[in-house]
Design a protein around this ligand. Structure first.
Ligand SMILES: [Zn+2]
Length: 122
């Protein structure tokens, strides 16, 4: 079980992550595109402009998914399931939680999942 001090610690980290993500979310993808585009490319190159926008949208998607994960982790912190592996119900190590506060799997289950994903990919 997580101590109140640890809970407060993770609540702070996760809230800060959420604030950062929300601040970034205010920037529209189209304004990110020129920043991501290779400076050496011709500005008239329509294809490179599109790939820049694609990349920006891709980053947006990842951010949106991360917002969901962080929100979920904050909820789990409130209902007392934070730090407990979704798969096996064991406690996730503090080291792993500190490195990745949004994780829902212990290292054993995560490894198992990665192996299964790899096998499915073959
Ligand atoms: Zn597990």
């Amino acid at each position: 079980m997580l101590s109140e001090r640890k809970k407060a610690y993770f609540r702070k980290i996760l809230s800060r992550m959420l604030d950062d993500l929300k601040a970034k979310a205010d920037v529209p993808a189209t304004s990110l595109a020129p920043l991501l585009r290779d400076e050496s490319l011709d500005f008239a190159d329509q294809a490179s402009m599109e790939s820049g926008t694609d990349m920006a949208l891709h980053i947006k998607e990842r951010e949106a998914r991360l917002v969901l994960k962080v929100t979920d982790a904050l909820e789990r912190l409130e209902n007392g399931t934070f730090g407990i592996c979704e798969e096996c119900g064991e406690e996730i190590s503090m080291k792993r939680l500190e490195a990745r506060p949004v994780t829902t799997l212990c290292i054993q289950c995560k490894r198992k999942q990665e192996i299964e994903e790899k096998l499915r990919g073959l």
